[in-house]
Design a protein around this ligand. Structure first.
Ligand code: XXG
Ligand code: FE2
Length: 336
């Protein structure tokens, strides 16, 4: 694990994302029925969802709204003092900093701080959260893709070096990158917990949410969810995969929920917790980097993403990407 810079909050992990969805019934079919999330809390406006391995209240929150969007991504910090540290850190960066008191924000979450980070993303930092019943060995309740936990956020952002610099200043390590001939950064994977990533950057118009990475334990769960969608005639929810990533080595499948939010069912990446863990660098010309078997990445995966909201619920303006990975000559991708 990398050291925490003196002025930065000690981030433990990517903890939850709150998505705006237009139809909670349709969303429930997908997130609960197909992915296998468990409902920890629901009312007319919110659905709080938890994976089988998660002991805290939720890792995905769905909020009923007029249009699909990302409300915020949220990181858990190590102590209540780190919530204060987050307020100071982002205050000094000049972004808006808003206190959200327990009971006034997302159900189950204690006192939190929300900000718009230098990349334009709405981000929450919290320590306190309610705990849920242990479901690890409630095999009788496991279903669908049997999502065990949220693994990562993937964000679409136009300037990858700026994203890399910001998350480095928050004490994140870098497990892997995709780079051009002059080492220009096309993508990077960064972590606080001891896996390949808590957050990754896809070069694209942004700020937008590219996807949520959701961990399941076994690759046959990834295959099963694709089979089930086919059987139901719902194959249009499958966007990319199944396949084996080059970056991360994970076995993967990308799906789109009824509002178009992208999720990745993800399994078997690797440990990154040694203090001298080295970054693994892929060439943008290596067609195994995004799919180890050289399968093409479809254009919608590079181009589509979820709009993000500011702290008042208004859409954040989007800037064009500085680099275009689809324009790099990348063999089997067939793009560019
Ligand atoms: O989690 C991931 C991803 O960011 O979704 C994409 C790991 C690897 C990849 S990639 O498409 O680069 O293999
Ligand atoms: Fe991912």
């Amino acid at each position: 694990m990398t050291a925490v810079p003196a002025d930065a909050p000690d981030v433990v992990r990517s903890a939850y994302a709150q998505l705006a969805v237009t139809d909670l019934t349709a969303a429930r079919w997908f997130w609960v029925g197909i992915l296998g999330f468990h409902i920890e809390y629901e009312d007319a406006d919110f659905l709080c969802l938890r994976g089988t391995d998660e002991l805290t209240h939720h890792s995905v929150v769905l909020r009923r709204a007029a249009a699909p969007a990302l409300d915020h991504i949220a990181y858990r910090v190590r102590t209540p003092e780190d919530v204060e540290r987050a307020a100071r850190f982002f205050g000094e960066l000049g972004g808006p900093v808003r206190r959200v008191l327990k009971g006034k924000g997302t159900p189950g979450v204690g006192d939190a701080v929300r900000t718009i980070d230098p990349l334009g993303f709405p981000v929450e930092f919290f320590y306190e959260i309610e705990h849920g019943e242990r479901l690890i060995q409630r095999f009788d309740l496991h279903r669908g893709a049997e999502i065990a936990r949220l693994d990562h956020f993937n964000i679409a952002t136009p300037d990858i070096p700026a994203a890399y610099a910001h998350y480095t200043s928050l004490g994140f390590g870098c497990s892997e990158t995709i780079e051009g001939d002059a080492h220009e950064l096309y993508a990077a994977w960064m972590y606080r917990k001891q896996t390949v990533h808590d957050v990754a950057f896809t070069c694209g118009a942004g700020p937008r949410l590219h996807h949520l990475g959701l961990a399941t334990h076994e690759s046959h769960k990834v295959l099963r969810v694709a089979d089930v969608l086919g059987s139901l005639g719902k194959q249009h929810h499958i966007e990319r995969g199944p396949g084996r990533h080059g970056v991360s080595n994970a076995f993967y499948l990308y799906l789109r929920d009824p509002d178009g939010h992208r999720v990745e069912v993800y399994t078997t990446d690797y440990y990154t917790g040694d203090p001298d863990h080295e970054t693994y660098r892929w060439s943008v010309h290596d067609d195994r980097r995004r799919d180890f078997w050289g399968n093409a990445v479809i254009e919608s995966w590079y181009k589509d993403a979820t709009p993000v909201l500011d702290l008042d619920g208004n859409p954040q303006p989007v800037a064009d990407s500085l680099l275009d990975e689809t324009a790099a000559k990348v063999g089997a991708d067939g793009l560019g």
